[in-house]
Design a protein around this ligand. Structure first.
Ligand code: FE2
Length: 288
């Protein structure tokens, strides 16, 4: 979907989504305490619609407005539902692949993709072989024989574009699709597990929290389970509906943010499409 179509879609469905959420929660708009919304990172055209609606509701209902960092929200809802105290976080989604931890003052990114996110890499490979979006679940189930593909870990960072380009090249030159897909997934997931394992060694932490849409992959979880068992670490994965993008993660993190620093000023509530999690001073709150 192109960014302008995305903005159009969001503005068309927004009110219906809010109405349904209120119905499901069995509350009236007057019972809302805080209006939370995602400020970024993300596609500007989509963020701006969310921010516009949030400001509007805030002013109309007279409720505080709290803008939230999207990856931070994935982590905080993940920590809450899995009772995770101070984990190494592996955030794997369409646009993101990051290994994150808390340094006592804020979350810091220890390692991340230097090009595309793991989910986008999977979707591009899926498109090549005619799979519908999102391709991850189908790719996850394909089994094949091992072929050599580029494995790129640089320090604590990783890169998927060389792996993707080579995989597509191999498919076009007649290598069996199942073998390419199986090996692509093996390499991509091994790279992520390697960086996460080094993050455990570096920080001395004993917990991995896996968040983002790709966290639902059974194959990725298996690999993490094996590594965590070998290291005596615990693997925590929130249920899929709270692991992929969801409204509850923004709502919960808005409550925490309000407790930490109060409301945002409406006139300063501009979106931040490039907002990184390590730009935010954020104490590690354990209210669980
Ligand atoms: Fe997300």
């Amino acid at each position: 979907m192109r960014p302008n179509d995305l903005a159009e879609h969001h503005s068309v469905v927004a009110m219906n989504v809010i109405r349904k959420a209120l119905e499901k929660a069995k509350i009236s708009p007057l019972e809302i305490s805080i209006i939370g919304y995602s400020r970024g990172p993300g596609i500007g055209q989509a963020l701006v619609i969310g921010a516009f609606i949030a400001r509007n509701l805030s002013v109309r209902l007279g409720k505080p407005l709290v803008g939230i960092n999207h990856p931070l929200a994935h982590i905080e809802i993940g920590r809450k539902v899995s009772l995770s105290q101070d984990p190494v976080i592996v955030y794997v989604s369409g646009g993101n692949t990051q290994v994150i931890t808390h340094n006592g003052r804020k979350y810091v990114v220890l390692g991340e993709t230097l090009d595309i996110g793991i989910g986008n890499a999977q979707d591009k490979l899926g498109r090549e072989i005619g799979l519908p979006f999102p391709a991850g679940p189908k790719l996850d189930q394909m089994r094949g024989e091992w072929i050599d593909l580029p494995y790129t870990v640089k320090g604590m960072d990783l890169s998927f574009s060389g792996l993707l380009t080579e995989s597509i090249k191999r498919i076009k030159s007649g290598t069996r699709v199942e073998d390419v897909v199986w090996s692509f997934m093996e390499v991509a997931f091994s790279m992520i597990v390697e960086v996460a394992e080094r993050a455990l060694a570096l920080t001395g932490k004993k917990e991995i929290l896996l968040v983002g849409g790709v966290a639902a992959s059974p194959r990725l979880r298996d690999k993490f389970n094996t590594m965590c068992n070998e290291r005596g670490a615990k693997l925590k994965v929130p249920p899929p509906e709270l692991s992929r993008d969801n409204g509850a993660m923004i709502a919960w993190t808005a409550i925490l943010s309000y407790m930490i620093r109060g409301p945002d000023k409406v006139e300063e509530s501009f979106i931040k499409p490039q907002w990184r999690i390590d730009e935010i001073q954020w104490p590690l709150i354990n209210v669980y």
